[in-house]
Design a protein around this ligand. Structure first.
Ligand SMILES: Cc1cc2nc3c(=O)[nH]c(=O)nc-3n(C[C@H](O)[C@H](O)[C@H](O)COP(=O)(O)O)c2cc1C
Length: 388
């Protein structure tokens, strides 16, 4: 079973990811993982933090000569900003006096529920871990996961389809490579230059007025065989597992597969993806993909397509009303150095999380201790489906 844990605070010395269950024999391209980390750092609307960081994953276990060994893989990412926080984030009790205590919770963040739940005096103890800086580790893990999927022709891509008031329509019928080409160079990771201009203008306007922006990202995956996940038990359903993983991301508010909430408004005849059969290819086909590539908790063999809504960032430079947790007096929410809009980054993060879940269900179905064994199982299954 493929699983992971992350550890690390936003301004602590390092972020750590431990991934267990990776079979031996997979080639790991560290540069590709670091490229994903760089993609996560980009995007118009990010704050000053991203100018300080240059995220790079350092493997400290599980990879030898560029190949997985079958043992747990540990990736460590240094927080360069830690050098400015050594006293305030120190593990040494002697440094406690140096730290300014944060007492004004920001509406929309983990601050208030966090201090009450963990009985803490200082909101910093909450926000340091609740921060989306944690997703740096998850992007490194996603980068690794993509390399577990690559030998089997599975690709995953995330991009933005709405930021704030502006929808960025994506041309239909593009494959992942074409979509990547269009969105990768965009400052806001959209496939629509007209929408890009409007989005940048709205981000500028929010920056001027001390406000923040949310948005919607789309993730697509191609090359999936039919039958990943299972209808047999609630926690084995592919769509459910993707939704869980995606909703665990900071600031997520909703998820939809395929035509999503529209499914509640149209008739069955307009919605369900009719079935065909290609005799030459010996495979079942679909006349549409409104389901977004899952039925009954399993992949249909069509491209996966899902959308995730992220709320606007909760730190506002024009702070919202709050209460000082210590004095109980009215106060404004704390201001931390922050992004105005992080949706382009959220697209890379959602892509990474989807890649991990897909690698997880793939290894579950075709699992083995080595790439050779997984490949044999996968090829045998594909032939079984073809000769059905
Ligand atoms: C990529 C990304 C970057 C974020 N950056 C910030 C930030 O700079 N400041 C902030 O207050 N919130 C930021 N957030 C949002 C908070 O992490 C989020 O509001 C908080 O974790 C509570 O979210 P929840 O209610 O969805 O759990 C960011 C979220 C994402 C996905």
């Amino acid at each position: 079973m493929l699983r992971f844990l992350t550890a690390g605070e936003s301004h602590g010395p390092e972020l750590v990811a431990v991934v267990e269950g990776v079979p031996a024999g997979f080639q790991i391209d560290l540069a590709a993982i670091n490229n994903d980390l760089a993609r996560r750092q980009k995007g118009y609307g990010r704050g000053g933090r991203m100018l300080i960081e240059k995220d790079e994953a350092r493997p400290v276990s599980g990879i030898r000569f560029g190949t997985t060994m079958g043992s747990p893989i540990t990736l460590v990412i240094e927080n360069r900003d830690f050098k400015n926080w050594t006293k305030r984030m120190s593990a040494d009790p002697a440094d406690r006096g140096e730290a300014k205590v944060v007492t004004r919770p920001r509406p929309g963040h983990a601050d208030l529920a966090g201090i009450l739940k963990y009985d803490l005096d200082d909101i910093r103890d909450v926000l340091e871990r609740a921060s989306a800086r944690e997703t740096t580790a998850r992007v490194a893990i996603g980068g690794l996961a993509k390399q577990l999927l690559k030998p089997f022709g599975i690709s995953v891509l995330g991009y933005c389809v709405r930021i704030g008031a502006n929808e960025a329509t994506t041309p239909e019928d593009l494959n992942i490579e074409q979509l990547a080409h269009l969105t990768e160079d965009s400052q806001v990771r959209v496939a629509n230059p007209d929408a890009e201009k409007k989005i940048i203008a709205e981000i500028d306007e929010c920056k001027r007025s001390g406000d923040t922006l949310g948005g919607i990202v789309e993730v697509v995956a191609s090359g999936l065989p039919v039958g990943l996940g299972s209808y047999a038990q609630w926690d084995r359903k592919l769509d459910a597992r993707l939704a869980y993983a995606l909703m665990s991301l900071q600031a997520t508010k909703g998820i939809e597969f395929g035509i999503g909430f529209t499914a509640g408004r149209v008739r069955g005849s307009a919605l369900h993806d009719e079935i065909g059969y290609d005799r030459a290819e010996r495979r079942f086909t679909r006349h549409s993909n409104n389901s977004g590539g899952t039925e009954g908790g399993m992949s249909t063999g069509e491209p996966l397509r899902l959308r995730v809504a992220f709320k606007p960032i909760s730190t506002l430079m024009q702070p919202l009303r709050s209460v000082d947790a210590k004095t109980k007096e009215e106060a404004l929410g704390t201001i931390e150095r922050s992004d105005v809009c992080a949706i382009p980054a959220a697209a890379v993060i959602a892509e990474s999380v989807v890649a991990f879940v897909l690698a997880q269900v793939f290894i579950e179905k075709f699992g083995g201790d080595s790439l050779t064994e997984v490949t044999r199982n996968w090829q045998g299954y594909l032939e079984q489906v073809r000769s059905y």
